[in-house]
Write a protein that binds this ligand. Structure first.
Ligand code: CA
Length: 499
C-alpha cells in the first residue's frame, strides 16, 4: 500500500536533490502497520507500539536556553530527558506562533493550509474543519486527548480544541499577550470588555489572572489528566504559555536562579516538565510513553533580558535566520530510542504527526501532508533522516530554502531585524534590513556569516530551482506566485482579514 500523502515538493525536486552532496529518501513510504516495521530489505521487524504521547511545546524558547543544547541556564530535568532520549539538533519550526502550532498538529507546511499568519482576536479565520489534526487521528486510535495551555489555531470558538480532536482543554486561545473580547458576564465582573481569558473546554472560567499562574496550571492539569487516563492510551499536549512575554513566574520560582526573570521562568518550565515525568514514572508509564519537547519559534530578541538565546545561530523570532526557526528538540521513549543519542539530520515540526502515526498505529490524514516519518531515525535503524529540504517562509513570503547542508537566502526586504532592544519587559523595536541573495554552508557556518554564493553558482542554481518548485506548490508573495497545493483556511464568514 502506498501512502497517498507524501511530501510533494520533495518529490518534485527529486532530480535536483539527487545531485546534491546529501540525498534524501524520496520514494513512497509504506503506510503505518501497528506493531510491524520493515527494514531496507522489506523484512518485517517487530516494533513496539507506544501507548501514550506527551508533547511539550515551549513558546519563544531559544535554541540554547537548555543546558544540553549549549546553554548556561540550569535545566536539569530537560537535560535528563535528553540524556534518556535523542536530541534533534536540526529541528525546524516556523518563525511565529500560529504557523508552528499548525504544522505540529497537521503535518503540513502552514502555507498549505492557510495558517501562515499569527491569529488574534480580531481574526475570524482558523484551522479548517476538514483538516485532520493529530489529536483526531490519535483519538480514532483509542487515545484520550487533552491540551493544557496555549492553542492559537483560531480565536473563535468553532476553531477551539474540542472541535478538532481534543477531549479536554484548559488554557488560553492565543498568546498570553492576546486579549479577547469578553462576554457581558465576564466584562461586568472584571470591569472591562477585554481581557486574557482562561478556558475550560468551551467556557471561560477565569479572566484577570496573573501571568504567574500559567505554567503551574498547565503542569497540574496535565498531571491530573495523566492520572485519570493511566489505564488507557492518552495524548497529553502541554503547550506552555511561557517564556513568551509578558513573563510570569510563580512565587516559588521568583528569584530562584539569581539570574533574572527569564532564567526563573525557564527553571519553572524545567521543573514542570520534571513533575510530569515523575508522574509517568510513578505510574510505570515510562516505557510505553513517547515524550517530546520543543519550542514553537526562536527567542524574541526585542525584549532583551526577557528573551532567550539562540547561539550559535543568528536571528530570532519573526526571522528566517536559523535562530528564528531552529528549535531544540528532545524525543524520549525509554527502552526503544537510544539513551543519550543525538542527530543533526534535518527534521521539522510537521514530521511529528507522521512519526507518531507510525509509532502509535494511528491513521494518516487523508489529505496531502508535508511531513516525513522520522521513526527509522529515532529508532536507530538508520543514521540518515528522510528530510533533505526545508522551505523557510515568513507568513506567505518564501525567504530562504535549504537542501542538504546548503541554505540560500532569497532577496527580500522584510527581515524583522531588532533595532532598539527592550529591557525588563519593555518591548524594543524592529527595522527591516534588506537581505540580498546569499548562500551559506550550515554545517561549516551555522551562524550564516560567510556568503559563498560567488564561488558556488551551480549550488545556487539548484537551490533557486528548488525554491521555484516550492513556490509552485505553496505560493510566494515575494514573487506573486499562487500555490497549486494550497487549501482553504477555515473562516467564520467571508472577507476575513489576514495579515
Ligand atoms: Ca511563539
Amino acid at each position: 500500500m502506498i501512502r497517498s500523502n507524501n511530501f510533494s515538493v520533495c518529490g518534485i525536486i527529486q532530480t535536483v536533490a539527487m545531485v546534491m552532496t546529501c540525498c534524501c529518501a524520496w520514494g513512497p513510504i509504506s503506510a503505518a502497520t501497528p506493531g510491524v516495521a520493515s527494514n531496507e530489505d522489506g523484512v518485517g521487524i517487530h516494533q513496539a507500539t507506544a501507548d501514550n504521547v506527551v508533547l511539550f511545546l515551549a513558546d519563544d524558547l531559544g535554541y540554547s536556553d537548555l543546558g544540553r543544547f549549549g546553554g548556561k541556564l540550569a535545566t536539569p530535568h530537560l537535560d535528563q530527558l535528553a540524556a534518556d532520549g535523542m536530541r534533534l539538533t536540526s529541528f525546524y519550526v516556523h518563525p511565529i506562533c500560529t504557523p508552528s502550532r499548525a504544522a505540529l498538529l497537521t503535518g503540513c507546511y502552514p502555507q498549505r493550509i492557510g495558517m501562515e499568519s499569527v491569529n488574534s482576536v480580531r481574526h475570524s479565520w482558523g484551522i479548517h474543519a476538514d483538516e485532520q489534526l493529530l489529536p483526531e487521528l490519535l483519538r480514532e486510535a483509542g487515545f484520550a486527548t487533552g491540551i493544557f495551555g496555549k492553542w492559537h489555531l483560531g480565536h473563535r470558538p468553532q476553531f477551539w480544541p474540542l472541535h478538532h480532536g481534543f477531549d479536554v482543554w484548559f488554557g488560553t486561545p492565543g498568546s498570553n499577550d492576546h486579549l479577547s473580547r469578553l462576554p457581558d458576564k465576564w466584562a461586568k465582573q472584571v470591569g472591562s470588555d477585554v481581557g486574557l481569558p482562561y478556558i475550560h473546554n468551551d467556557e471561560i472560567i477565569d479572566v484577570g489572572f496573573p501571568q504567574s499562574v500559567l505554567t503551574s496550571r498547565s503542569r497540574d492539569r496535565a498531571i491530573e489528566f495523566i492520572r485519570r487516563h493511566a489505564d488507557q492510551r492518552f495524548f497529553c499536549y502541554v503547550p506552555f504559555n511561557m517564556p513568551h512575554t509578558p513573563l510570569g513566574v510563580s512565587e516559588r520560582f521568583q528569584g530562584r536562579t539569581g539570574m533574572g526573570a527569564y532564567a526563573d521562568v525557564i527553571a519553572e518550565i524545567d521543573a514542570a516538565v520534571g513533575a510530569v515525568l515523575a508522574c509517568l514514572s510513578e505510574l510505570n508509564l515510562d516505557e510505553n510513553t513517547i515524550v517530546i519537547f520543543c519550542s514553537d519559534n526562536g527567542p524574541w530578541h526585542i525584549f532583551g533580558n526577557h528573551g532567550g538565546t539562540a547561539l550559535p545561530f543568528r536571528g530570532g523570532k519573526k526571522q528566517t535566520l536559523e535562530g528564528g526557526v531552529r528549535s531544540a528538540c528532545i524525543v524520549r521513549w525509554k527502552g526503544v530510542i537510544g539513551a543519550g543519542t543525538s542527530s543533526d539530520e534535518m527534521a521539522a515540526a510537521m514530521d511529528i504527526l507522521p512519526t507518531l502515526a507510525t509509532l502509535t498505529g494511528a491513521s494518516m490524514p487523508e489529505k496531502k501532508i508535508d511531513g516525513f516519518d522520522l521513526s527509522p531515525l529515532l529508532l536507530g535503524r538508520t543514521e540518515k533522516g528522510p528530510r533533505d529540504s526545508y522551505a523557510y517562509y515568513f507568513k506567505r513570503r518564501l525567504q530562504a530554502v535549504r537542501l542538504g547542508r546548503w541554505k540560500l537566502q532569497l532577496p527580500h526586504d522584510d527581515t524583522q531585524a531588532p533595532d532598539l532592544i527592550g529591557n525588563d519587559g519593555a518591548r524594543g523595536t524592529i527595522k527591516s534590513v534588506p537581505q540580498s541573495l546569499a548562500l551559506y554552508d550550515l554545517k561549516a557556518d551555522p551562524a550564516e556569516s560567510a556568503d559563498l554564493s560567488g564561488g558556488h553558482p551551480q549550488v545556487v542554481a539548484r537551490l533557486q530551482e528548488f525554491a521555484d518548485q516550492v513556490r509552485s506548490e505553496l505560493g510566494d508573495e515575494l514573487t506573486n506566485r499562487l500555490g497549486a497545493g494550497v487549501r482553504e483556511v477555515g473562516t467564520v464568514s467571508k472577507g476575513s482579514v489576514k495579515d
